[in-house]
Design a protein. Structure first.
Length: 191
């Protein structure tokens, strides 16, 4: 299973979780939703799958491969036979093999429409996250370091980490947030 199939299966899994959540929000325990989201997260993060002989994905893969190979080879052979003269069998056979190899090279060089759609979607999502990141970065650069707070100093002393965490305060946010991977910061609202 390639990365496109895994992304599609994860997307279908997320869609199913959203539908289940909307249909049974108050009927199922909250831990069930955490487990379902954990399964979706594992599906997105673990790039391997267990190959099964009989599964939906293997059946779809076999059908598409057979359909593409049969239609491509059949159209090349029909075109070659219709253009070649019936008296020159060797010339016709050579043109058929030449056209088959040319069609195979064209298939290798062409990009599937599904791959193009996936790449465009990935670019759109990346652009949206980049815009959100830079918008929020400009908003959060005015956050000030909290100094002289006994509770925070005690908490930081008790929870020593490999990387230091900076705790900031901002009047431009309404909920606490954590920002940064290289330089992690916790930003608390002023209120």
């Amino acid at each position: 299973m390639n990365i496109l199939h895994m992304s599609i299966s994860a997307g279908l899994l997320i869609t199913a979780i959203v539908i289940i959540r909307a249909a049974a929000l108050n009927r199922l325990p909250k831990t069930m939703f955490l487990i379902l989201w954990g399964v979706a997260l594992c599906r997105l993060l673990i790039p391997v799958s267990i190959p099964l002989r009989y599964s939906v994905y293997s059946a779809i893969d076999r059908i598409t491969k057979n359909a593409l190979q049969d239609s491509a080879v059949r159209s090349v052979i029909e075109n070659a036979l219709s253009t070649s003269a019936p008296a020159a069998d060797t010339i016709g056979a050579q043109s058929v093999t030449g056209q088959i190899t040319q069609a195979a090279q064209e298939q290798v060089l062409s990009i599937a429409p599904v791959t193009i759609i996936w790449l465009v979607g990935m670019f759109v999502v990346f652009t949206a996250f980049a815009v959100i990141y830079f918008k929020n970065r400009n908003e959060l650069r005015f956050a000030l370091i909290i100094r002289g707070n006994d509770f925070l100093n005690r908490w930081l002393a008790e929870h020593r980490l490999v990387r230091s965490i900076t705790i900031l305060q901002s009047d431009r946010i309404t909920t606490p947030i954590a920002v940064g991977i290289v330089k992690p910061r916790i930003i608390l609202p002023k209120s």
